[in-house]
Write a protein of this length. Structure first.
Lengths: 337, 337
DNA sequence: TTGTATGCGTTATCAC
DNA sequence: GTGATAACGCATACAA
C-alpha cells in the first residue's frame, strides 16, 4: 500500500506537507495542495488509521460491550442500529466486543476495547456487578458509560430504566382492574433485569396486601419455549389465575400459545402482560400488553454524554428512563370479563 | 498508561526482552521472565494494540460490513452472534461497520475497515453490485469474502444461498398440492434478495404453465405492516387466491393478521409461506411454512475460509447453501382443504 | 539469553 | 508556506 512518503515524493514535497493537507491544519499553498491531491489520487493512497491513531493518540472510535446472549431479538438490534447511526453522525466509529457468558469474559471485552484505545466505552452489562463496574470506571481515564444499571458511585456515568418500578406499575394496573390471582414467569435469575422484574411483581402485590403465592411463580429463561413451558407447569400445578405477567414478550408469546393449546381462551380468561414491546407482537398477539423500555432514548443520551465528555465536558447529572406500559386489549379487561 | 519502556526499567531489562516474554517468541531466561511478569503486574501495564499492530502489520481482526437496514430482526442477530463467536474462537476479534443506505456508504464502510488494517473482510452486501464487489476484491490484497451474492469473477470468495431456487422450490410445492391461484408479496425491489425471490415465484409458475397474473403480486418492504398492507391491497383488488407467498416471515405474519381481520380463516382457506424461518414464528403462527436460509452454515464457512486464506491457503472452490422449506401446517393442505 | 538499533506510518513541534 | 525531525509504543533482525 502506498504510504505518505510515496505521496510526498510523487508530489515533490515532504511528508509534513502531505500531512497538513490531509489534516487541514497549518498553511499550505493552493498550488502545492493541488499537486498533493493529484499524487494521492494517482497512487491510490489510503491513510493508515493505526499509525494515525498512534501518533495522535485519538482513535475516533466508541467501543460497545454487549453480551452474546443478548444478541437475539429485536431489542438488541434496535439498540445496535441506533448506536451505530448516532456514533457515525458524531463523526466516529462504533466498535463492538462480545461479553460472552461470564463476568470474566465481560471484563476481557472491556479490556480489549480499552487496549484498542477506543476514545470512550459503552457497557451494556450482563454479568458484572454494579460495584465491579464502578471500580472499572475508577481505574480508567477514558470516559465510560454503563447502560441499564444504576451505579452507586458514578451515578452520572450510567443511564438506566427502573425495571422494578416498571414491573410494579404494570402489576398494579392489573390489580386495579380487579385481578387478584396473577401468575408470573421470571427471566433468568442470574440477570439483574430478571431479578428486578420479579421483585417488582412481589412489591406490587405487597402494596395491595395480596399474598405472594409461590405456586403462581415459575422460572423461565427469556425464550418463547420457556414461556410455554412455564404455563404448562402452572397448569400442571392446578394453579388458577386471571392474569399472567411474563418477564419479556418472547416468553409471553410462548405462554399465550400454550394457554391456547390448553383450551384456555386468551384474553377472555387470562390477561397477559410482557416486557420490551417487540415490534412483531401486535401482529401476532394483539391481546398482549407490554412494558416498553425506551432503548432508543437511553442509547441516545448515553452517546451524547460520552461525546460531551470527550469534548472536555463534565457531567454531574444522573438520568433514568421510565418504562411505559403499552396497553392493548388484555390489560383493559378485568378478570372474567 | 504504563508503556513497555516503564516495565523494562522496573524489571531491569530492555524493551526487547519485555516484548519477547509478551509475544512468546525468542528465548528468555526463567528468572528474568518472572521479573518481567512482576513488573507488568505492578505497573498495571497494558499493551497498546495500535502500536503492536502497526509494528507487526497484523491486527488479528476480521471486519464485517452489514447495512443498518438489516439490523432489525432475528436473521441479523443470529448472523452476528455466530460471526462474533467464531471469530473469537479463532483468536481474533470481529469489527463491525455499518453500510447504511447506499452503495457509496457501503463502499465507505468497507474502506474504513480496510484503513483500519483488518486482516480480512466479510461483506454482507445490500447495495453494491456483483461487479463492483468483484472489482473491490481485485483492488485489495486482504482476503475478502462476500455473503449472499454469487460473484462472477471471484467465485471462491463468496458463499451464497440460491434465493431464486428456494423460491421456485417453495412455490412448486404449493403447486404440487393443487394450488393454482398463488399470490405473492415482494420484498423491497432494490434488494437482490427481493428480486430473486420474486423471480423464483414467476419461474415456478412458468414451469407449470400457470400464467403470472399481475393482480396477484403486491409490493411490500419487509415489515409486518407492509405485509398486512399487501393483503389489504389484494383484497381491495378482489383478487382470489388459495395460497400466499410472502418474501419474508415478518411480512407473512403481518399478512396472516390481515387475513384474519378480513374474516378469512387461515390456514383453512389460504396457505401461507414465508422466508427466513424466524424463531418466534412457530409460537405465533403455527400455520406458517417458511423457507429457512442457513445463516449459521454460511457464516461458518465464510470465516473458516477467511482464516484459511490468512494462514496462506488458497481457495478455488465455490459453495452454495440450499434453502430448506420448513413445512408446518399450511403448505400441507391443498386448496379448499 | 539479552541488549541495540531500526522500522511501522502517522502527527506535531520546531526551525527556516 | 514548507521541510527536517522527534515522538507514538511496539516488533524484530542483528549483535553481543
Amino acid at each position: 500500500m502506498a504510504t505518505m512518503q510515496e505521496v510526498a515524493k510523487r508530489a515533490g514535497v515532504s511528508k509534513a506537507t502531505v500531512s497538513r493537507v490531509l489534516t487541514g491544519k497549518g498553511y499550505v499553498g493552493e498550488e502545492t495542495k493541488a499537486r498533493v491531491f493529484a499524487a494521492i489520487a494517482e497512487s491510490g493512497y489510503r491513510p493508515n488509521l493505526l499509525a494515525r491513531s498512534l501518533a495522535s493518540s485519538k482513535t475516533q472510535t466508541l467501543g460497545l460491550v454487549v453480551t452474546n446472549t443478548l444478541y437475539h431479538g429485536v431489542y438488541f438490534s434496535e439498540l445496535l442500529s441506533h448506536a451505530a447511526r448516532m456514533t457515525e453522525d458524531k463523526g466516529r466509529q462504533l466498535l463492538l466486543a462480545d461479553g460472552k457468558h461470564s463476568a470474566e469474559e465481560e471484563r476481557q471485552a472491556i479490556q480489549y476495547l480499552l487496549d484498542l484505545r477506543c476514545d470512550a466505552i459503552i457497557i451494556y452489562p450482563r454479568f458484572l456487578s454494579v460495584d465491579e463496574l464502578d471500580e472499572i470506571i475508577d481505574n480508567h481515564s477514558q470516559p465510560i458509560m454503563v447502560l441499564n444499571r444504576r451505579l452507586r458511585k458514578h451515578a452520572s456515568h450510567c443511564v438506566w430504566s427502573d425495571q422494578k418500578a416498571s414491573s410494579v406499575s404494570a402489576v398494579s394496573q392489573l390489580i386495579a382492574r380487579g385481578h387478584r390471582d396473577i401468575a408470573f414467569i421470571t427471566g433468568s435469575l442470574d440477570s439483574p433485569t430478571g431479578i428486578e422484574r420479579l421483585s417488582g411483581y412481589k412489591e406490587a402485590l405487597a402494596q395491595h396486601d395480596i399474598a405472594v403465592r409461590d405456586e403462581l411463580i415459575v422460572q423461565g429463561k427469556w425464550t418463547p419455549a420457556s414461556g410455554a413451558q412455564g404455563v404448562a407447569e402452572l397448569l400442571a400445578r392446578n394453579a388458577t389465575f386471571t392474569a399472567l405477567v411474563a418477564s419479556n414478550d418472547d416468553m409471553a408469546i410462548g405462554a399465550i400459545k400454550q394457554l391456547h393449546e390448553s383450551k384456555l381462551a386468551v384474553p377472555q380468561q387470562v390477561s397477559v402482560v410482557g416486557f420490551d414491546d417487540i415490534a412483531i407482537a401486535p401482529f401476532t398477539v394483539p391481546a398482549l400488553s407490554s412494558v416498553k423500555i425506551p432503548a432508543t432514548g437511553m442509547i441516545k443520551e448515553t452517546i451524547n454524554r460520552l461525546i460531551f465528555m470527550l469534548d472536555g465536558g463534565d457531567f454531574h447529572q444522573q438520568q433514568t428512563f421510565p418504562g411505559e406500559l403499552i396497553t392493548r386489549d388484555s390489560i383493559i379487561n378485568g378478570p372474567h370479563a
